[in-house]
Ligand binder design. Structure first.
Ligand SMILES: Nc1ncnc2c1ncn2[C@@H]1O[C@H](COP(=O)(O)OP(=O)(O)O)[C@@H](O)[C@H]1O
Ligand SMILES: [Mg+2]
Length: 361
């Protein structure tokens, strides 16, 4: 019997970031330490079906159909055609956005009582919702942009003039719970407002309006628990004349950005970014790892924009680059994340689930 831990790499998913997830998982499969772990690629199709696949592939549906066994004593996966069990020691969700990063899959894995890499249900759902995340960060003294929110029910009552008065022009309009800049617009005059609002409500029942911060886009990789550690900050430098870091600038146009790791910053700013990032990570109950995205103004003021609880692992992704700069190779990084998850799972066993009482039922 091999002593290797069987690590299920969950990828794809029902999200606008499906393709990014495939690229991330492909890299993890390539670089995972195969002397220590046995990776099992499990693709989730665009319609939400799970398959055991040959390698990480965009043709997920060519794989073998899988079902879940939820019984926590015997939890895991089963091949639907043969009824054979697929043994798994740990699940590594490499999913971005809806379903994969918002706590829903994390809840499923929790119900199965399997160890899982990354942030659990609470932190995933808090971090996914820009409104809830900003409220909590603000309340904890983490600097965030000025913002206003509305839900779909209030759509007819939303007035451009009121938002302009509160936030000044330009301002940002976003869906509350999306990623990859989908549903995000910059509004510089009244003419663009309706389109921006329709676009944001297209993907969510809740929108957020934010004061526009003119500044540099800084990111910081955080890893670990008790206490978490921060990398040196990196920077996304938009090369061309993009209004902001749009979907196309992120994934379509290869020349849109220039990534600088580490970012050219003075010592005091580096310290500030790292401290603020760790604080944000803790406030939002992140576990094992996350990437904190910030803005830095000319005057040296830092704002946390958002936290990504499953950041990209593609060739051009910041999270692995920022750890590489700290001397942690891609392979070591994956091993560290898996080991953090196993340690956290073991220490979670300390918590009693039952409670003895005289209650009759
Ligand atoms: N308040 C803001 N001020 C300036 N630029 C912003 C602001 N909010 C978002 N942006 C720009 O829009 C991009 C996407 O917004 P973000 O909130 O990060 O959404 P997503 O979750 O889709 O990445 C950011 O990377 C940045 O370029
Ligand atoms: Mg972002």
């Amino acid at each position: 019997m091999s002593g290797k831990k069987k690590v299920a790499l969950l990828y794809g998913g029902r999200s606008v970031e499906h393709g990014v997830s495939v690229n991330s998982a492909r890299n993890i499969l390539e670089f995972i330490d195969k002397d220590a772990f046995e990776p099992l690629p499990i693709g989730i199709s665009q319609t939400g079906q799970w398959y055991l696949t040959q390698g990480v592939t965009k043709d997920i549906e060519q794989g073998k159909s899988l079902g879940l066994i939820l019984d926590p004593k015997n939890a895991g996966l089963i091949l639907l055609a043969s009824g054979d069990r697929v043994k798994v020691d740990l699940i590594f969700p490499v999913l971005h956005g809806t379903d994969g990063e918002d706590g829903s899959i994390q809840g499923l894995i929790k119900a199965m009582d399997l160890p899982m890499v990354g942030t659990g249900v609470l932190g995933s759902s808090l971090s996914m919702n820009k409104v809830v995340a900003k409220r909590l960060l603000k309340e904890s003294g983490v600097p965030v942009t000025k913002f206003i929110t509305n839900n779909f029910r209030e759509k007819k009552k939303i007035k451009f003039e009121e938002i302009e008065k509160a936030l000044k022009l330009p301002f940002m309009v976003k869906s509350a719970s999306l990623g990859s800049s989908v549903g995000v617009s910059k509004v510089s005059k009244k003419a663009g407002f309706k389109k921006a609002l329709d676009e944001a409500f297209r993907y969510d029942d809740e929108v957020i309006f934010e004061e526009f911060i003119t500044g540099r886009e800084i990111e910081c990789a955080v890893m670990g628990n008790n206490p978490p550690q921060a990398s040196n900050p990196g920077e996304i430098v938009l090369k061309k004349n993009y209004d902001f870091y749009t979907f196309d600038a992120k994934y379509v146009d290869p020349d849109a950005v220039f990534i600088e790791v580490p970012a050219q910053l003075d010592k005091a700013t580096i310290k500030l970014v790292r401290e603020v990032s760790v604080k944000a990570y803790e406030v939002l109950r992140c576990e094992d790892f996350a990437r904190v995205d910030l803005f830095l103004t000319k005057k040296g003021k830092v704002y946390v924009n958002e936290i990504n609880t499953i950041p990209g692992f593609t060739n051009s992704s910041m999270f692995p680059m920022m750890w590489k700069e700290r001397g942690v190779s891609f392979t070591e990084l994956i091993s560290k994340l898996i080991n953090l998850a196993l340690e956290r799972y073991a220490s979670g066993k300390r918590i009693e689930r039952g409670f003895e009482s005289a209650l009759k039922f």
